[in-house]
Ligand binder design. Structure first.
Ligand code: THG
Length: 284
């Protein structure tokens, strides 16, 4: 299964046979007061900086979320997405629950962006999938519905099946769907990581579909979050996840190491290349 995303200048392939794809998470104002303020003021230099820094750190795609309370997402999402595509060459992942904002951004972006996201709720399926089809985009499907996020893997897989089926009815192929099995923090439920890992395994077996994670969610509320994020990401990749919305500045090294251990890095060229570009000054 190969999901292909495109910017004007680059093509990114998500597949179990390719290196793991990193979707930079940092253009998201949730819990980030400075960024929220910049988005509100329309001061986009800060966003340009976040885009460049993440791509330098290894991001293959950039998530763009402008969800500040009170903001007009239909106007701002396309504007910020344009700024990002003018600043860096990678494709974008449009992160919004507002289907009108998604449509407005898709209308002005070149290439084939990733839409984040649709879920199993009837109103989400009915609003988002036609927009994805109209613009020939690819979409992340979250395994949640009107009843929230299920506690068990079987129900999450059943929601994924429903999303895949509904998309097929509109002529959206399974290769243009990336399923996100969702991860909650192990700080609230120590079984949360295990359920998500089991969901990944079942999704891979049943559909062979590409699988995304919002990998930083797993550690909310715990000390030394980074250790948990690193360990979880490695386990998820081992189970069959093929991309993640995460912090490339902190996690690209772990991802390069895991790709090498999974046999997806011929002669360790990508691991070594990353080390050469990012090694600490003392080692230089
Ligand atoms: N799945 C999909 N999309 C998603 C998520 C997901 N989008 C949003 C979120 N989850 C992924 N993005 C983030 C972005 C930031 C953080 C976590 C997930 C984060 N931020 C720090 C904080 O809030 O403490 C601040 C970071 C900083 O200051 O640099 O942890 O699951 N499809």
């Amino acid at each position: 299964m190969e999901t292909v995303l495109k910017s004007e200048k680059q093509e990114v392939k998500i597949s179990i046979d390719s290196p793991f794809v990193i979707i930079g998470e940092k253009i998201n104002p949730t819990g980030r007061k400075i960024l929220a303020g910049k988005i509100k003021e329309g001061d986009y230099e800060y966003i340009r900086g976040l885009a460049i820094k993440q791509v330098e750190a290894g991001a293959d795609i950039l998530d763009v979320n402008v969800g500040v309370p009170g903001i007009d997402e239909v106007a701002v999402l396309p504007e910020v997405a344009r700024i990002v595509t003018e600043s860096v060459d990678v494709p974008v992942c449009l992160d919004s629950a507002n289907h009108a904002a998604l449509a407005a951004a898709l209308a002005v972006l070149p290439g084939k962006p990733l839409v984040n996201s649709v879920n199993g709720e009837e109103k989400s399926l009915a609003a988002v999938l036609p927009v994805v089809k109209e613009y020939g985009a690819a979409v992340i499907g979250l395994t949640m519905d009107d009843n929230g996020i299920p506690n068990d893997a079987e129900t999450r897989v059943a929601i994924a099946a429903r999303i895949i089926e509904r998309a097929a009815k509109l002529g959206i192929g399974i290769e243009d769907i990336v399923i996100d099995p969702l991860v909650l923090t192990v700080g609230a439920d120590s079984n949360a990581g295990a359920v998500t890992l089991q969901t990944i395994q079942m999704l891979k077996q049943e559909f062979g579909v590409n699988i995304n994670l919002g990998a930083s969610n797993v550690s909310f509320g715990l000390p030394d979050r980074h250790i948990i994020n690193q360990a979880f990401l490695s386990l998820a990749i081992g189970m069959g996840a093929t991309c993640a919305i995460t912090d490339p500045i902190k996690l690209t090294n772990t991802i390069r190491a895991t790709d090498l251990l999974m046999g997806r890095d011929n002669h360790g060229m990508r691991y070594i290349g990353y080390w050469r570009e990012h090694k600490p000054k003392e080692a230089a």
